[in-house]
Design a protein around this ligand. Structure first.
Ligand code: UD1
Length: 343
Protein backbone atom coordinates (compact mmCIF):
# COMPACT_ATOMS: atom_id res chain seq x y z
CA UNK A 1 0.00 0.00 0.00
CA UNK A 2 1.36 3.41 -0.89
CA UNK A 3 2.00 5.83 1.92
CA UNK A 4 -0.79 8.23 2.82
CA UNK A 5 -0.05 11.93 2.97
CA UNK A 6 -1.20 14.12 5.83
CA UNK A 7 -1.12 17.90 5.71
CA UNK A 8 -0.55 19.42 9.15
CA UNK A 9 -1.58 23.07 9.21
CA UNK A 10 0.11 24.86 12.08
CA UNK A 11 2.57 21.98 12.05
CA UNK A 12 5.47 23.97 13.49
CA UNK A 13 3.64 24.80 16.71
CA UNK A 14 3.46 22.99 20.05
CA UNK A 15 0.80 20.39 19.24
CA UNK A 16 1.48 20.27 15.50
CA UNK A 17 5.15 19.40 15.93
CA UNK A 18 4.43 16.51 18.28
CA UNK A 19 1.72 15.22 15.96
CA UNK A 20 4.13 15.38 13.01
CA UNK A 21 6.65 13.22 14.90
CA UNK A 22 4.03 10.58 15.71
CA UNK A 23 2.61 10.54 12.17
CA UNK A 24 6.06 9.98 10.70
CA UNK A 25 6.74 7.23 13.26
CA UNK A 26 3.50 5.56 12.15
CA UNK A 27 4.57 5.60 8.50
CA UNK A 28 2.73 8.62 7.12
CA UNK A 29 4.14 11.17 4.72
CA UNK A 30 3.69 14.56 6.32
CA UNK A 31 3.60 18.05 4.85
CA UNK A 32 4.13 20.69 7.52
CA UNK A 33 2.51 24.05 6.77
CA UNK A 34 2.82 27.10 8.97
CA UNK A 35 2.96 30.86 8.62
CA UNK A 36 5.19 31.22 11.72
CA UNK A 37 2.94 33.97 13.07
CA UNK A 38 3.10 32.52 16.57
CA UNK A 39 6.21 30.33 16.59
CA UNK A 40 9.73 30.20 15.25
CA UNK A 41 11.60 27.35 13.56
CA UNK A 42 12.77 25.71 16.81
CA UNK A 43 10.17 22.94 16.86
CA UNK A 44 10.36 22.28 13.13
CA UNK A 45 14.13 21.81 13.45
CA UNK A 46 13.52 19.57 16.47
CA UNK A 47 11.08 17.42 14.50
CA UNK A 48 13.67 16.93 11.75
CA UNK A 49 16.23 15.81 14.34
CA UNK A 50 13.89 13.44 16.17
CA UNK A 51 12.64 11.80 12.98
CA UNK A 52 15.92 11.97 11.05
CA UNK A 53 13.93 13.51 8.21
CA UNK A 54 16.08 16.38 6.98
CA UNK A 55 13.89 16.41 3.84
CA UNK A 56 10.59 16.93 5.70
CA UNK A 57 8.51 19.25 3.49
CA UNK A 58 7.80 22.65 4.99
CA UNK A 59 5.41 25.08 3.33
CA UNK A 60 5.26 28.61 4.64
CA UNK A 61 1.60 29.30 4.06
CA UNK A 62 -1.09 31.46 5.57
CA UNK A 63 -4.35 29.53 5.32
CA UNK A 64 -6.23 32.83 5.27
CA UNK A 65 -4.89 33.10 1.72
CA UNK A 66 -7.34 31.05 -0.36
CA UNK A 67 -5.14 30.87 -3.45
CA UNK A 68 -2.15 29.67 -1.42
CA UNK A 69 -4.34 27.04 0.26
CA UNK A 70 -5.54 25.83 -3.15
CA UNK A 71 -1.97 25.69 -4.44
CA UNK A 72 -0.88 23.57 -1.51
CA UNK A 73 -3.57 20.97 -2.13
CA UNK A 74 -2.64 20.97 -5.83
CA UNK A 75 1.02 20.35 -5.04
CA UNK A 76 0.64 17.29 -2.77
CA UNK A 77 -1.63 14.21 -2.91
CA UNK A 78 -3.28 15.01 0.44
CA UNK A 79 -5.33 12.19 1.97
CA UNK A 80 -6.05 13.96 5.25
CA UNK A 81 -5.58 17.38 6.76
CA UNK A 82 -5.13 18.11 10.45
CA UNK A 83 -5.99 21.72 11.10
CA UNK A 84 -4.15 23.46 13.94
CA UNK A 85 -3.45 26.82 12.32
CA UNK A 86 -5.22 29.23 14.68
CA UNK A 87 -4.68 31.89 17.31
CA UNK A 88 -5.09 30.52 20.84
CA UNK A 89 -4.69 33.16 23.53
CA UNK A 90 -7.96 33.45 25.43
CA UNK A 91 -7.31 36.92 26.90
CA UNK A 92 -6.13 38.36 23.60
CA UNK A 93 -9.24 37.02 21.90
CA UNK A 94 -11.40 39.01 24.34
CA UNK A 95 -9.45 42.18 23.53
CA UNK A 96 -9.27 41.54 19.78
CA UNK A 97 -12.28 39.47 18.75
CA UNK A 98 -12.22 40.51 15.09
CA UNK A 99 -8.64 39.33 14.72
CA UNK A 100 -9.58 35.95 16.20
CA UNK A 101 -12.79 35.39 14.25
CA UNK A 102 -11.17 36.53 11.01
CA UNK A 103 -8.10 34.33 11.35
CA UNK A 104 -9.53 31.19 12.93
CA UNK A 105 -12.67 31.01 10.80
CA UNK A 106 -11.18 32.15 7.47
CA UNK A 107 -8.30 29.69 7.57
CA UNK A 108 -10.60 26.76 8.33
CA UNK A 109 -13.15 27.83 5.71
CA UNK A 110 -10.38 28.00 3.11
CA UNK A 111 -9.26 24.47 3.94
CA UNK A 112 -12.84 23.21 3.63
CA UNK A 113 -13.52 25.13 0.43
CA UNK A 114 -10.41 23.70 -1.17
CA UNK A 115 -11.29 20.19 0.04
CA UNK A 116 -14.73 20.62 -1.50
CA UNK A 117 -13.39 21.88 -4.81
CA UNK A 118 -11.05 18.92 -5.01
CA UNK A 119 -13.88 16.43 -4.51
CA UNK A 120 -13.29 15.63 -0.84
CA UNK A 121 -10.80 15.00 1.94
CA UNK A 122 -10.52 13.70 5.47
CA UNK A 123 -10.46 16.60 7.90
CA UNK A 124 -9.40 16.46 11.52
CA UNK A 125 -10.16 19.57 13.56
CA UNK A 126 -8.40 20.46 16.80
CA UNK A 127 -11.23 21.38 19.14
CA UNK A 128 -11.11 21.95 22.86
CA UNK A 129 -12.81 21.02 26.12
CA UNK A 130 -13.57 24.74 26.28
CA UNK A 131 -16.76 23.91 24.29
CA UNK A 132 -18.18 22.24 27.45
CA UNK A 133 -17.92 25.49 29.45
CA UNK A 134 -18.61 24.95 33.17
CA UNK A 135 -20.13 21.46 33.04
CA UNK A 136 -22.97 20.47 35.39
CA UNK A 137 -21.52 16.98 35.79
CA UNK A 138 -17.97 15.65 35.57
CA UNK A 139 -16.43 13.77 33.90
CA UNK A 140 -17.78 15.00 30.58
CA UNK A 141 -18.62 12.66 27.73
CA UNK A 142 -18.98 13.65 24.08
CA UNK A 143 -22.74 13.77 24.77
CA UNK A 144 -22.37 16.41 27.49
CA UNK A 145 -24.10 19.51 26.11
CA UNK A 146 -21.85 22.27 24.89
CA UNK A 147 -22.23 25.62 26.65
CA UNK A 148 -22.07 29.10 25.19
CA UNK A 149 -18.41 30.04 24.83
CA UNK A 150 -16.92 32.42 27.37
CA UNK A 151 -14.38 33.94 24.97
CA UNK A 152 -14.08 34.64 21.24
CA UNK A 153 -11.29 32.02 21.15
CA UNK A 154 -13.64 29.42 22.65
CA UNK A 155 -16.38 30.50 20.30
CA UNK A 156 -14.15 29.91 17.27
CA UNK A 157 -13.76 26.30 18.46
CA UNK A 158 -17.53 25.87 18.78
CA UNK A 159 -18.14 27.57 15.43
CA UNK A 160 -15.50 25.50 13.61
CA UNK A 161 -17.05 22.33 15.04
CA UNK A 162 -20.42 23.38 13.57
CA UNK A 163 -18.86 24.45 10.27
CA UNK A 164 -17.19 21.05 9.85
CA UNK A 165 -20.35 19.16 10.81
CA UNK A 166 -22.46 21.11 8.29
CA UNK A 167 -19.84 20.76 5.55
CA UNK A 168 -19.60 17.00 6.08
CA UNK A 169 -23.39 16.73 5.95
CA UNK A 170 -23.62 18.70 2.70
CA UNK A 171 -20.92 16.71 0.90
CA UNK A 172 -22.52 13.27 0.90
CA UNK A 173 -19.60 11.41 2.50
CA UNK A 174 -16.88 12.98 0.34
CA UNK A 175 -15.65 15.10 3.21
CA UNK A 176 -15.29 13.22 6.48
CA UNK A 177 -14.52 14.89 9.77
CA UNK A 178 -13.21 14.10 13.21
CA UNK A 179 -13.33 16.61 16.03
CA UNK A 180 -10.84 15.99 18.81
CA UNK A 181 -11.65 17.85 22.01
CA UNK A 182 -8.41 18.32 23.93
CA UNK A 183 -8.37 18.79 27.66
CA UNK A 184 -5.17 20.44 29.00
CA UNK A 185 -2.17 19.42 26.83
CA UNK A 186 1.11 19.71 28.74
CA UNK A 187 4.65 18.36 28.70
CA UNK A 188 7.15 17.93 25.91
CA UNK A 189 8.78 15.25 23.81
CA UNK A 190 11.06 12.99 25.92
CA UNK A 191 14.00 14.00 23.68
CA UNK A 192 13.58 17.60 24.95
CA UNK A 193 13.98 18.74 21.32
CA UNK A 194 10.41 20.01 20.96
CA UNK A 195 7.96 21.55 23.42
CA UNK A 196 5.85 24.56 24.25
CA UNK A 197 7.37 27.95 23.41
CA UNK A 198 4.98 30.65 24.57
CA UNK A 199 5.69 34.18 23.40
CA UNK A 200 5.86 36.66 26.26
CA UNK A 201 4.30 35.86 29.61
CA UNK A 202 2.70 32.40 29.52
CA UNK A 203 -1.05 32.17 30.08
CA UNK A 204 -1.09 28.46 30.75
CA UNK A 205 -0.10 26.80 34.00
CA UNK A 206 2.76 24.45 33.12
CA UNK A 207 4.87 26.88 31.05
CA UNK A 208 4.41 29.38 33.90
CA UNK A 209 5.63 26.77 36.37
CA UNK A 210 8.70 25.79 34.35
CA UNK A 211 9.61 29.43 33.65
CA UNK A 212 9.32 30.22 37.37
CA UNK A 213 11.44 27.21 38.30
CA UNK A 214 14.17 28.25 35.84
CA UNK A 215 14.14 31.81 37.13
CA UNK A 216 12.52 33.60 34.18
CA UNK A 217 9.48 34.49 36.33
CA UNK A 218 9.59 35.48 39.95
CA UNK A 219 6.58 33.73 41.35
CA UNK A 220 3.70 31.54 40.20
CA UNK A 221 0.28 32.91 41.08
CA UNK A 222 -2.16 30.15 41.86
CA UNK A 223 -5.44 31.65 40.81
CA UNK A 224 -7.91 30.85 43.58
CA UNK A 225 -7.79 28.46 46.54
CA UNK A 226 -11.41 28.89 47.53
CA UNK A 227 -13.04 26.77 44.83
CA UNK A 228 -15.46 24.02 45.92
CA UNK A 229 -12.86 21.29 45.22
CA UNK A 230 -11.00 19.00 47.68
CA UNK A 231 -8.04 21.42 48.11
CA UNK A 232 -9.72 24.62 46.94
CA UNK A 233 -7.78 24.91 43.67
CA UNK A 234 -9.22 24.17 40.22
CA UNK A 235 -9.19 20.66 38.82
CA UNK A 236 -8.17 19.82 35.26
CA UNK A 237 -7.42 16.86 33.05
CA UNK A 238 -3.74 17.34 32.16
CA UNK A 239 -2.95 15.23 29.11
CA UNK A 240 0.59 14.45 28.02
CA UNK A 241 1.45 16.01 24.65
CA UNK A 242 2.87 12.75 23.27
CA UNK A 243 -0.25 10.81 24.29
CA UNK A 244 -2.36 13.55 22.74
CA UNK A 245 -0.29 13.47 19.54
CA UNK A 246 -0.83 9.72 19.27
CA UNK A 247 -4.60 10.20 19.41
CA UNK A 248 -4.24 12.04 16.08
CA UNK A 249 -2.55 9.05 14.49
CA UNK A 250 -5.42 6.79 15.60
CA UNK A 251 -7.95 9.29 14.28
CA UNK A 252 -6.24 9.77 10.92
CA UNK A 253 -5.87 6.02 10.48
CA UNK A 254 -9.55 5.55 11.26
CA UNK A 255 -10.39 8.08 8.55
CA UNK A 256 -8.05 6.93 5.79
CA UNK A 257 -8.82 3.26 6.38
CA UNK A 258 -12.57 3.92 6.10
CA UNK A 259 -13.33 2.76 9.64
CA UNK A 260 -15.52 5.65 10.69
CA UNK A 261 -19.04 4.80 11.85
CA UNK A 262 -20.37 8.27 11.05
CA UNK A 263 -19.14 10.83 8.56
CA UNK A 264 -18.42 13.26 11.39
CA UNK A 265 -17.25 11.95 14.73
CA UNK A 266 -16.15 13.55 17.97
CA UNK A 267 -13.78 12.25 20.66
CA UNK A 268 -12.56 13.58 23.98
CA UNK A 269 -8.80 13.45 24.33
CA UNK A 270 -8.03 13.36 28.03
CA UNK A 271 -6.82 10.99 30.73
CA UNK A 272 -10.02 10.72 32.76
CA UNK A 273 -7.94 11.66 35.82
CA UNK A 274 -8.61 14.97 37.56
CA UNK A 275 -5.67 16.76 39.10
CA UNK A 276 -5.83 20.02 41.02
CA UNK A 277 -3.50 22.94 40.36
CA UNK A 278 -1.98 22.39 43.81
CA UNK A 279 -1.47 18.67 43.16
CA UNK A 280 0.23 19.48 39.89
CA UNK A 281 2.56 22.01 41.55
CA UNK A 282 3.44 19.50 44.29
CA UNK A 283 4.08 16.75 41.74
CA UNK A 284 6.33 19.07 39.72
CA UNK A 285 8.44 19.93 42.76
CA UNK A 286 8.72 16.33 43.87
CA UNK A 287 9.58 14.68 40.57
CA UNK A 288 12.10 17.33 39.53
CA UNK A 289 13.54 18.05 42.96
CA UNK A 290 13.02 21.79 42.60
CA UNK A 291 11.37 24.28 44.90
CA UNK A 292 8.83 26.48 43.25
CA UNK A 293 8.12 30.00 44.39
CA UNK A 294 4.33 30.33 44.41
CA UNK A 295 1.57 32.22 46.15
CA UNK A 296 -2.19 32.17 46.19
CA UNK A 297 -3.85 34.92 44.20
CA UNK A 298 -7.46 35.86 43.43
CA UNK A 299 -9.43 33.73 41.00
CA UNK A 300 -8.82 34.40 37.29
CA UNK A 301 -11.90 35.62 35.43
CA UNK A 302 -13.47 32.97 33.22
CA UNK A 303 -11.86 29.94 34.90
CA UNK A 304 -13.88 26.75 35.25
CA UNK A 305 -13.94 25.09 38.70
CA UNK A 306 -13.41 21.52 37.59
CA UNK A 307 -13.43 19.63 34.32
CA UNK A 308 -12.08 16.28 33.24
CA UNK A 309 -12.80 13.87 30.45
CA UNK A 310 -14.55 10.59 30.19
CA UNK A 311 -12.18 9.20 27.52
CA UNK A 312 -14.01 5.86 27.13
CA UNK A 313 -15.21 6.50 23.58
CA UNK A 314 -11.71 7.12 22.20
CA UNK A 315 -10.58 3.84 23.72
CA UNK A 316 -13.49 1.65 22.64
CA UNK A 317 -13.77 3.16 19.14
CA UNK A 318 -10.18 4.03 18.24
CA UNK A 319 -8.14 1.94 20.67
CA UNK A 320 -6.43 5.08 22.00
CA UNK A 321 -5.68 5.61 25.65
CA UNK A 322 -3.36 7.94 27.55
CA UNK A 323 -0.44 5.99 28.99
CA UNK A 324 2.12 8.45 30.30
CA UNK A 325 2.16 9.26 34.01
CA UNK A 326 2.02 12.79 35.32
CA UNK A 327 5.55 12.30 36.66
CA UNK A 328 6.89 11.43 33.20
CA UNK A 329 5.04 14.40 31.75
CA UNK A 330 6.32 16.90 34.30
CA UNK A 331 9.86 15.58 33.97
CA UNK A 332 9.67 16.12 30.20
CA UNK A 333 8.28 19.65 30.65
CA UNK A 334 11.21 20.50 32.94
CA UNK A 335 13.80 18.89 30.65
CA UNK A 336 12.48 21.05 27.80
CA UNK A 337 12.72 24.26 29.83
CA UNK A 338 16.28 23.31 30.84
CA UNK A 339 17.12 22.55 27.20
CA UNK A 340 15.86 26.03 26.20
CA UNK A 341 18.00 27.57 28.90
CA UNK A 342 21.00 25.62 27.67
CA UNK A 343 21.28 23.73 30.97
C1 UD1 B 1 -7.03 27.41 28.90
C2 UD1 B 1 -8.19 28.00 28.18
C3 UD1 B 1 -8.76 27.00 27.23
C4 UD1 B 1 -7.69 26.54 26.27
C5 UD1 B 1 -6.51 26.00 27.05
C6 UD1 B 1 -5.37 25.71 26.09
C7 UD1 B 1 -9.18 29.64 29.73
C8 UD1 B 1 -10.37 29.99 30.56
N1 UD1 B 1 -9.21 28.48 29.12
O1 UD1 B 1 -7.49 26.34 29.71
O2 UD1 B 1 -9.83 27.57 26.53
O3 UD1 B 1 -8.21 25.56 25.42
O4 UD1 B 1 -6.04 26.94 27.99
O5 UD1 B 1 -4.34 25.06 26.74
O6 UD1 B 1 -8.24 30.41 29.62
N2 UD1 B 1 -3.40 28.74 36.63
C9 UD1 B 1 -2.78 29.32 37.71
N3 UD1 B 1 -1.73 30.15 37.50
C10 UD1 B 1 -1.26 30.43 36.24
C11 UD1 B 1 -1.88 29.82 35.13
C12 UD1 B 1 -2.95 28.99 35.36
O7 UD1 B 1 -3.19 29.11 38.87
O8 UD1 B 1 -0.31 31.21 36.12
C13 UD1 B 1 -4.54 27.82 36.85
C14 UD1 B 1 -5.82 28.32 36.20
O9 UD1 B 1 -6.51 29.14 37.07
C15 UD1 B 1 -6.53 26.99 35.93
C16 UD1 B 1 -5.41 25.99 35.72
O10 UD1 B 1 -4.24 26.58 36.26
O11 UD1 B 1 -7.26 26.63 37.07
C17 UD1 B 1 -5.16 25.67 34.25
O12 UD1 B 1 -4.98 26.89 33.56
P1 UD1 B 1 -4.49 26.94 32.03
O13 UD1 B 1 -3.26 26.18 31.88
O14 UD1 B 1 -4.48 28.38 31.62
O15 UD1 B 1 -5.61 26.13 31.26
P2 UD1 B 1 -7.21 26.34 31.24
O16 UD1 B 1 -7.60 27.65 31.79
O17 UD1 B 1 -7.82 25.13 31.83
Amino acid sequence: MSKKTVLVSGGAGFIGSHVTVELIAAGYDVVVADNFSNCDHTCFEGVKKITGREDLPLEVVDFCDAAATDALFAKYPIDAVIHFAAFKAVGESVAEPVKYYKNNLTSFLNVLETAQKRGGCNVLFSSSATVYGEPEKVPVTEQTPRQPATSPYGNTKTMCEDILRDTVKANGGKIKGILLRYFNPIGAHPSALIGELPRGVPNNLVPYITQTAIGKRECLNIFGNDYPTPDGTCQRDFIDIVDLAKAHVYAVTRMVEGKMKQDCEVFNVGTGRPLSVMELVNAFEKVNGVKLNYKFAPRRAGDITAIWADPTLAETEMGWKATRTIEETLKAAWAWECHLAGK
